[in-house]
Design a binder for this molecule. Structure first.
Ligand SMILES: Nc1nc2c(c(=O)[nH]1)N[C@H]1C(S)=C(S)[C@@H](COP(=O)(O)OP(=O)(O)OC[C@H]3O[C@@H](n4cnc5c(=O)[nH]c(N)nc54)[C@H](O)[C@@H]3O)O[C@H]1N2
Ligand SMILES: Nc1nc2c(c(=O)[nH]1)N[C@H]1C(S)=C(S)[C@@H](COP(=O)(O)OP(=O)(O)OC[C@H]3O[C@@H](n4cnc5c(=O)[nH]c(N)nc54)[C@H](O)[C@@H]3O)O[C@H]1N2
Ligand SMILES: [Mo]
Length: 713
């Protein structure tokens, strides 16, 4: 019988937002039933994580999936909906957007997205066509600072060249074997570690990676710049840097060296809590072994000083002669196909003055991003003008953006809110129109086009969409035409795939059956091309920053909330809080719908040291309250001696989709009720998700019932 035939389709897994693992999906009777790793995949090399299975087993066909466009029928958040057709939905959205554009200008419509998920290019293209410079995302604290700083330095994002086996690796704020973030599937690090390179880990927690390290630098969250500057201080003071690179290719070394003098290992020990001898040893080790590479992660970006942390790590790579060197940090450049910015559109660059926060957060604006805090100001206070509509795809801001109270106020206040998601979420509950997004199995797409490793992969349509779900790129393509931009969008979204592939001389139909396309790596390009910076050199002193009113040289910036605050505050909230440590089961706020994954990881965990726990009468597995001036949430204690007694680490992204309660219980557990969007850093408007203050108390016995309901997942 037909229904019993099993077919296997090769694809690029996108069960998590960052995606990128080679996989085969088995299909029986038109339904996806199983997912298997692709051992021949050049990046994932046979690795596939448990979220892939959780997605296929429990999420693709989950009864809660959004299947039809819906319009709000009651008050915001009341949960009353009426089903509408796609044509009604897109016509209503286009009419409202065009009305707002006529009355208030296109910038009053803000477009938004979350991380990864491969539809961003279309969001920018639509925003650009519409004339709005405002795209709201997570970029102020994730990846985009790297992108912007790299661009400012005149290069693409430098990525670890695992294929050429670094002899020294330094993992800095990245738990790569759990997070497989961005370009990096952790297996590449794991396989390299088997060859026993020298290994340094910079992390406030003794992760599995830190256990393997020759040197583990257990820093205080939010102090990365001071640590990096002190390491470079040692490298310069002890003549361990690459003088030829500095002399021939860099600009501003003298000013930079002068600034480094302030960051002696002794000074850094005070700031970072890392013993000075360890700082010196790590600096010597990293400078002396070649090739050496730095694996970074959002440990360095989740704070107000994120642009400087990024800069410092790129500087360290350059000073040690490892930038663009085989086995170092290499600029693999953009992937094959149409340059991304050509797809997105270029109008943004002329609109910094209209971009929310554009003139304040110039670094973010330089890559067309705004800070959430600027968008919330525009919605809440009309400052500097009223933002009236939001279209958000693939993001759950009520759970994933900092300062949830404020996000909630703004999502409730904005005049018109459209959300596209795969599932109902606390955020979609507040929308005026909700659009059902197709999953990655349900449409053709080019995978990894947004990354900096130089590859693209086919991700073909494997099954029919559930209900009337439509892929984001199709939604945006159709909306583009409805808004009147027939000349900039396509008859069908598939044609846009051909458009991207055109420079390679192939069509989607041809690409679909290929393994991948790759730009062959080249090294030390600066020797012939220089850097695309204003000076043409590698800028250790950034004049552009000075012109924008920022410090042209990196400096430590104390987190807005830290042990350096006034004693009354610190007495009340004595623990340094870092949030968002990635776990194997969940991606952001996703995957709580999977019974398989929820069974493995039923509750949000707060990691704390045995001494901190004992002082508060807390035992491993107890429910605890985490509290600070902005809020209070409930997690389970994980007592672990691999964290400093003065530091605690909370998970992020929690809500309980199975609960029949307003916001699905996110008020119980979402750590962003404690984070802050008001005290932001210069340059990109970043905020501290790592490096806040809190107090932890044991939840009284009568309140310890599990908030989630596993049997109902
Ligand atoms: N399973 C899973 N994978 C994911 C995600 C997910 O939610 N789940 N999210 C994706 C996303 S959006 C991203 S950005 C990446 C993030 O993935 P990673 O970059 O690996 O980030 P985190 O796990 O947040 O933090 C990495 C390490 O930084 C440490 N850390 C905490 N505070 C600090 C600090 O102040 N300084 C330093 N140096 N280290 C610190 C933490 O203890 C942790 O071990 O992962 C992606 N992949
Ligand atoms: N406290 C704290 N907060 C954090 C972090 C932290 O470490 N600590 N990390 C931050 C970081 S690094 C990031 S990148 C952000 C992530 O922020 P977001 O990307 O906004 O977060 P997610 O919770 O992953 O929300 C993704 C939503 O997209 C939906 N979705 C999945 N696939 C698709 C699709 O194909 N189409 C559509 N339309 N929807 C889809 C999911 O169901 C989910 O509701 O969170 C940030 N927030
Ligand atoms: Mo991220």
């Amino acid at each position: 019988m037909d229904t019993e035939v099993t077919t296997r389709v090769r694809t690029n897994c996108r069960a998590c937002g960052h995606a990128g693992c080679g996989a085969y999906v088995e299909v029986v009777g038109g339904k996806a039933t199983r997912i298997l790793p692709d051992k021949a995949h050049p990046i994932s090399k046979g690795y596939l994580c448990r979220k892939a299975r959780g997605f296929i087993d429990d999420m693709q066909y989950h009864p809660d999936r959004l299947k039809y466009p819906m319009r709000r029928a009651g008050e915001r958040g009341e949960g009353k909906w009426e089903r509408i057709s796609w044509d009604e939905a897109l016509t209503a959205i286009a009419a409202k957007f065009n009305q707002i554009k006529d009355e208030s200008g296109p910038e009053a419509v803000v477009f938004g997205h979350g991380t990864g998920r491969s539809h961003h290019r279309f969001i920018y293209r639509l925003a650009n066509a519409f004339g709005s410079p405002n795209v709201l995302a997570n970029g102020h604290i994730c990846y985009l600072p790297r992108l912007a700083v790299s661009k400012q330095l005149g290069m693409s994002v430098p990525i670890v060249d695992y294929d050429n086996h670094p002899q020294c690796i330094m993992s800095w704020g990245s738990n790569t074997i759990v997070s497989n973030a961005d370009e990096y599937i952790g297996v590449n690090l794991a396989l390299n570690l088997k060859h026993h390179p020298k290994y340094i880990v910079v992390d406030p927690q003794r992760t599995k990676l830190a256990e393997k390290a020759d040197i583990w630098l257990q820093l205080r969250p939010g102090t990365d710049v001071a640590l990096a500057m002190a390491m470079m201080h040692v490298m310069v003071a002890e003549d361990l840097y690459d003088k030829e690179f500095v002399e021939k290719y860099s600009h501003g070394f003298d000013q930079f060296a002068e600034r480094l003098k302030e960051y002696t290992p002794e000074v850094a020990e005070q700031i970072t809590w890392v013993p000075k001898d360890k700082i010196i040893a790590a600096a010597r080790l990293f400078a002396e072994i070649k090739p050496a590479a730095i694996q970074w992660g959002v440990g360095i970006e989740h704070n107000v000083n994120c642009a400087n942390s990024d800069r410092c790590l790129i500087y360290m790579s350059a000073l040690t002669g490892n930038l663009d060197a085989p086995g170092g940090n290499v600029m693999f450049g953009p992937p094959p196909g149409l340059p991304r910015m050509e797809f997105c559109g270029q109008n943004f660059h002329d609109a910094v003055d209209r971009m929310l926060g554009g003139e304040k957060y110039r670094l973010a604006a330089s890559i067309n991003r705004t800070s959430p805090h600027a968008v919330w100001d525009a919605i809440e206070y009309g400052d500097p003008y009223q933002a009236r509509a939001l279209l958000i795809m693939g993001s759950n801001p009520l759970v994933a953006r900092e300062n949830t109270e404020r996000v909630e106020r703004c999502l409730k206040k904005v005049e018109f809110l459209v959300m596209a998601d795969v599932f109902p979420t606390p955020s979609t509950e507040l929308a005026d129109i909700v659009l059902p997004a197709a999953t990655w199995l349900e449409f053709d797409n080019i995978a990894d086009y947004w990354k900096s490793h130089g590859y693209i992969f086919p991700r073909p349509k494997i099954v029919e969409p559930e209900g009337e779900a439509m892929s984001d790129i199709e939604i945006l393509n159709e909306l583009g035409k409805k808004l009147g931009f027939e000349d900039q969008f396509w008859d069908s979204y598939e044609d846009s795939l051909d458009y991207i592939l055109e420079p390679e001389g192939i069509t989607w139909e041809q690409f679909k059956d290929m393994g991948y396309l790759r730009n062959e790596p080249t090294f030390r390009k600066y020797e012939t091309e220089g850097f695309k910076s204003p000076s043409g050199k590698f800028e250790l002193y950034i004049q552009q920053n000075a012109d924008w009113g920022y410090d042209p040289l990196p400096a430590h910036m104390e987190p807005p909330e830290s042990p350096a605050r006034e004693p009354e505050f610190v007495q009340k909230y004595p623990l340094v809080l870092t949030t968002g440590t990635r776990v194997k089961e969940y991606f952001g706020s996703e995957h709580r719908h999977s019974k398989f994954l929820r069974k493995k990881h039923p509750a949000p965990l707060l990691t704390l040291h045995p001494d901190a726990a004992a002082a508060r009468g807390i035992a491993d597995g107890d429910w605890v309250y985490i509290e600070n001036p902005r809020g209070k949430v409930k997690h389970k204690a994980r007592v672990f001696d691999g964290i400093d007694p003065r530091v605690v680490a909370a998970e992020f992204g929690w809500w309980y989709p199975e609960l029949d309660a307003p916001g699905y219980g996110y008020r119980d557990c979402n750590i962003n009720l404690l984070t802050d969007d008001l005290h932001v850093g210069p340059e990109s408007g970043a905020t501290n998700l790592k490096g806040l203050m809190c107090e932890v108390t044991r939840v009284p016995d009568q309140e310890t019932a599990d908030p989630g309901q596993l049997e109902a997942v």
